[in-house]
Write a protein that binds this ligand. Sequence first.
Ligand code: SAM
Length: 290
Amino acid sequence: MEQGRASTTAQLVAGLRAAHYQSGEHPLVFEDPFAAHFTGGVFQAPLERGELQAYLDRMQLQPIQGGIVARARYAEDALERAIVEAGVRQLVLLGAGNDSFLLRRPDLLARIRVFELDHPDSQAEKRAKLRALGFADHPSACFVPVDFEQEPAGIALARHGFDPAVPAFFNWLGVVAYLTHEAISATLGSLRAVSAVGSRIVFDYPIAPQLLEREEDRLRSVEVSRSTAAVGEPRQARHVPEVLAKSVFALGYAVVEDLSPEALFARYFSGRGDGLRPNPENRLIQLCMI
Ligand SMILES: C[S@@+](CC[C@H](N)C(=O)[O-])C[C@H]1O[C@@H](n2cnc3c(N)ncnc32)[C@H](O)[C@@H]1O
């Protein structure tokens, strides 16, 4: 990411959640009533007119939008299960962006501590928006500015009261694509070093281009890379699922699930009439610390 510039992609993905909340076919895949407060730029005017979904449909962004709402839904369902089944009492949003968890889930804030880690420029902008919405500091919320390319997340967390004895859930959505292989390994290794056995992590990752079978998916992938690079957020590492599984095992993780776009479609999208579908380029993985 460019220094001195808050994440534009974080603003855009909030817009995709906002459009789904405003105009998506019910039942919604994921409900984010606060997302509209965190978007802007080209999405602002169509959102205010109630036309953002139509705009996204014209731009053929349904697969990107579907991927974003599916990953958010999956991670929150997995968190709720982990609270009950694994005694999770700490949530860490890695590259939190405009995730509105702090506003959406006051019920869970009473039970878990929430750490929001993000690039310093993105976090400063997010905190200003939270304050504008009346969210003052909360005893359960801790904000940690960090650049994952410069400092492993586990080391930053250790400085901010993260408890290594209490199981944690890490939500790392929409971030891995922008990191180098080195930063991804350093992040996973450092988190494993400071976390209790049984802690979980969920992240989405782009697959290697040679694994994309359809020409239109390859072209969309090139277009997404071009547009994120244009806003100072170039995409970096891509992964082959089998290779990723071996490397995370070496870092102390077992794969709980590694969901293909087809599996996500079956879980969240079949029968929908609004054309929403998962991103063919991304898989969604859940790991457990062993
Ligand atoms: C596409 S947004 C995703 C935000 C959020 N997780 C979501 O799903 O809505 C990408 C986020 O990754 C963060 N990010 C990208 N590179 C980073 C880095 N090197 N260090 C810390 N955060 C980074 C950005 O600041 C931004 O908040």
